[in-house]
Design a binder for this molecule. Structure first.
Ligand SMILES: Cc1cc2nc3c(=O)[nH]c(=O)nc-3n(C[C@H](O)[C@H](O)[C@H](O)COP(=O)(O)OP(=O)(O)OC[C@H]3O[C@@H](n4cnc5c(N)ncnc54)[C@H](O)[C@@H]3O)c2cc1C
Length: 377
């Protein structure tokens, strides 16, 4: 039976939900307060790491459901939206996070190799490791072209009949006996059978009364230049994505879109208001990234090729929110991707789309850890 469904927020998650729903033959409308692919949310830019390697088996297992969905998107579009260059996680031997990552890969049956620093530098000559560091490599990792993915998914949804309302802010959502009523800033009112809200950093603004446990932070990424001689060693066929589990710095090989190598730190930045705060970059953040690049990667020039700001929407324990709005059955809230969620957005979108028609949370998203915990609920 065809249903009338709205998706609010067309970043990574919303664009995925929209295309799955359109593909299943539903009448769908996607609302996006800015233009498609804008830079005021969390999914813009050239790359996000995809990996099975997590210190937490819940996420390693979720990736077994997400990976085939990414592969199918690449097939469907005929585009290299996922680049499988492999991934490494490293830390001094015995570091608890590294040990937990190796254990999670083993228990999920993901093929991986644990290497000494000397072996790792021989295999991946772009990197510099210290003698005491241990490196775990797995081939089923790489990066997703996040900004291009959002645009491709919206395009797929539009081609399959979805209505896209870009530049339209939803200001109110309310569940009634007759359906879910959606009001926009320009005064339009529409009614739907189900509504999926994937609003990222802006989600709390739609529900100020329920005090969602979300903190929005400013995060900066930096591309550091490479000497000509180093470029071939930093290409995706020679250099995997990397995470230093002891400092949370991470990085990418060259992505074929911008020169240099992208580096950033997975650590909560300043708390910001997504609407009011500007997105200007800071020299001090770039300087820190350049220093890490010089320590970790051979042949960097010390110059900053590009940098930009993005938003994390964090829950206290970095688990996502995937739950119906308190007291309602027909409105789903999906957010709190906490700086590591892009790799799961395709799965969040698929499970949200399935929820709209079945009322069920499938795959690992049935886990209690994704339910809202509010004092009043
Ligand atoms: C610097 C940085 C690095 C990251 N690195 C990684 C990584 O390596 N690997 C990884 O897996 N993840 C990573 N992440 C996290 C990942 O990018 C995010 O978790 C993911 O993009 C979140 O997607 P989303 O759809 O929830 O939010 P968004 O992409 O922000 O989408 C939400 C959308 O909703 C719209 N919206 C909100 N409210 C309304 C409204 N009222 N009306 C209409 N539209 C509305 C917004 O405008 C926005 O477009 C990183 C994030 C950042 C910032």
């Amino acid at each position: 039976m065809s249903m009338n469904i709205a998706v609010i927020g067309l970043g990574g998650t919303g664009s995925a939900a929209l295309r799955f729903l359109a593909d299943a033959g539903h009448k769908v409308t996607g609302y996006e307060r800015f233009e498609i692919g804008h830079k005021r949310g969390s999914s813009h830019g050239n790359s996000r790491i995809i990996r099975y390697a997590y210190p937490d088996p819940l996420y390693t297992n979720l990736m077994t459901a997400a990976f085939p969905l990414w592969e199918s998107l690449c097939e469907k579009t005929g585009r290299d939206l996922m680049v499988k260059c492999g991934g490494i996680t490293f830390a001094p031997g015995g570091h608890p996070e590294l040990d937990a990552t190796i254990a999670a890969l083993s228990s999920a049956g993901v093929a991986h190799t644990v290497m000494s620093s000397a072996d790792a530098m021989q295999r991946f000559p772009a990197f510099r490791f210290s003698d005491d560091e241990v490196v775990v490599f797995h081939a089923d990792a790489g990066f997703l072209r996040s900004g291009e993915i959002v645009e491709a998914q919206v395009e797929l949804a539009r081609d399959t009949g979805a209505e896209i309302r870009a530049g339209v802010e939803v200001v109110d959502v309310g569940e009634t006996q007759a359906g879910v009523v959606v009001k926009t800033a320009c005064g339009d009112v529409s009614s739907y059978d189900k509504v999926i809200i994937a609003g990222g950093a802006y989600l709390p603004m739609l529900f100020p009364q329920i005090g969602l446990p979300l903190t929005v932070t400013r995060q900066q990424i930096t591309y550091v230049g490479l000497e000509d001689a180093a470029k071939h060693l930093c290409a995706p066929d020679r250099m995997p994505v990397w995470i230093d589990a002891s400092t949370y710095w991470y990085g990418f090989p060259t992505d074929g879109r911008l020169d240099g190598v992208k580096i950033a730190r997975h650590q909560m930045g300043d708390v910001v208001d997504p609407v009011m705060d500007d997105r200007s970059v800071r020299g001090s953040d770039d300087d820190a990234a350049v220093r890490v690049a010089e320590k970790r990667i051979g042949g960097t020039t010390g110059s900053v090729v590009h940098s930009e700001v993005c938003l994390y929407t964090n829950t206290p324990n970095e688990d996502f929110i995937f739950d119906t709005a308190p007291g309602w059955n027909n409105v789903l809230l999906v957010s709190g991707c906490s700086g590591h969620g892009f790799k799961f957005t395709v799965l969040l979108g698929k499970v949200a789309a399935d929820w709209a028609t079945s009322g069920e949370f499938c795959h690992g998203l049935a886990d209690d850890r994704f339910r809202l915990r509010l004092p009043s609920v």
